[in-house]
Design a protein around this ligand. Sequence first.
Ligand code: ADP
Ligand code: MG
Length: 246
Amino acid sequence: MSCNISISGLTKRFGTNTVLNDISLSLTPGERVAIIGPSGTGKSTLLRCLNYLDRPDKGLITLGDLSVDAERASRADILALRRRTGFVFQNYALFANKTARQNIMEGLTVVRDWSKDKARARADEILARIGLADRGDSYPSALSGGQQQRVGIGRAMALDADLMLLDEPTSALDPEWVGEVLDLIRRIADGRQTMLIVTHEMQFAREIADRIVFMDGGRIVEQGPPEQIFGNAQDERTRAFLRRVG
Ligand code: ADP
Ligand code: MG
């Protein structure tokens, strides 16, 4: 599925700390946007607010025909938003007491209300696509970090979401597992899945993203095509950040 997505005036405070300050951002169907920026700048909070893992204080989130206004969001609005977004966590966040297959089925049976049989068939199809067809019965503790994160990504893929949100999907991995996870995300990006990905992998962002968004201090400072941001950034804060990480 894909649709136009727009975020308008998104604001989030933790106590007196304004972590997101009037963020506006739109994505066209199939667009792949990478968010970069210093730590503590609100990147995770932005992704979490889009899935209502954190509740924004203000702002409007629109996915196709669904509009959710933070100041008036109902339980049904929030469920509808969750149904249409998939989240990939830095630390995988798999259920330890469920197998790889059950982890992938969970969102389909709980959020989507699919039957067990239908969810199992979909999970098996996804396990094959993430290269784990023979590991469906394995528990997370029996899988490598790279395999666990592929299951985490598979769980989001299974939802066929309008928007996939990936929060530093490789930064908790031992270096040996980073490549296989980036390969999987690259394949998803090649399939034109609309995505917002927070990453420290600058080379990867440059390669897969249509647009780079640089955030600092809870605001979008600058955005543009990779060649512009990496080659000719206009704002000194962007240039300073890129010098530090590059
Ligand atoms: P990033 O992902 O860019 O590193 P975060 O979105 O995780 O940044 O955090 C942005 C700011 O919000 C930080 O100052 C962080 O301490 C604060 N923050 C994040 N989550 C919470 C929370 N649940 N309660 C209080 N403060 C939080
Ligand atoms: Mg973060």
